[in-house]
Design a binder for this molecule. Sequence first.
Ligand code: SAM
Length: 291
Amino acid sequence: MRPPPPPLNSAPLDPGLYVVSTPIGNLRDITLRALDILSSSDLVLAEDTRVAQKLLSVYEVSRPVERYDDHCDARVRPKVLEVLAQGGRVALMSDAGTPLVSDPGYRLVKAAVEAGAPVYAAPGPSAALAALAVSGLPSDRFLFAGFTPPKSTGRRAIFQELSSVRATLIFYETGPRLTDSLSDMLMVWGDREAVVARELTKLYETVLRGRLSELIERLGAQAPRGEIVVLVGPGSEAPATPADVDQALIEALSLSSLSDAAATVAKALGLNRKTVYRRALELKSERADKE
Ligand code: SAM
């Protein structure tokens, strides 16, 4: 149903660049201030002008909209700085959520700051924070790491880099590479608590919570559709028990060679590599005896 346009604030808008957050799914997740700003701007910059026009028309906002993304930055940025220098009001929005968060805007905001133009935030939705808020994972410290790299080697390198970070880690992910990504996380970090938050605020919103190995099993081979945030809890600071080591080794051995599995588990649990290697050998021969 089309929401009725809310009453707008008639106070004049101060000149400057406004970074405006927009809904990540549910169109009603727009703030009244975002609508005030959009309807009083001399120029609205949007990643995709059709997506922006759709949102603006729902709220009966009619302002000039121009495309702005990293590809046209060099052409559009000088024009925008000129509008700002003349005391104009420019609103920057992306297709969804908060501009600059895995979206264009950084170069423009930096240039506006350097030019001494006022820059204001109109805060609102962002998938990373929405997912953190419902995850049930520790929220006192978190690190947003953007999209995971498309290839496994790149992903594992980034995950290794983040191994010692004691915070909930947040990634943007795509459906087709979700399970590969979760398997790489399991390889590098062991079986941490994780959450897959899909299609937040939309009709098919789903939030899966569990250990990485459980999530991989539940997701199966079929790539989920839609937009996805993956969150991974901080590694445990309590020393790993022998049962933890065995569990992590069994999972790692199913994905890689004995020496790789031992190295990964030793690193993830902060243990001596030779000791873990010896235990991996024992587990392997125990399994061979049973077969
Ligand atoms: N700037 C946006 C923000 O603040 O959330 C993010 C833009 S980024 C190009 C798009 C990615 O955000 C998607 O691929 C997905 O990982 C995540 N995302 C956006 N909307 C989402 C939603 N409704 N549910 C889950 N993830 C979402």
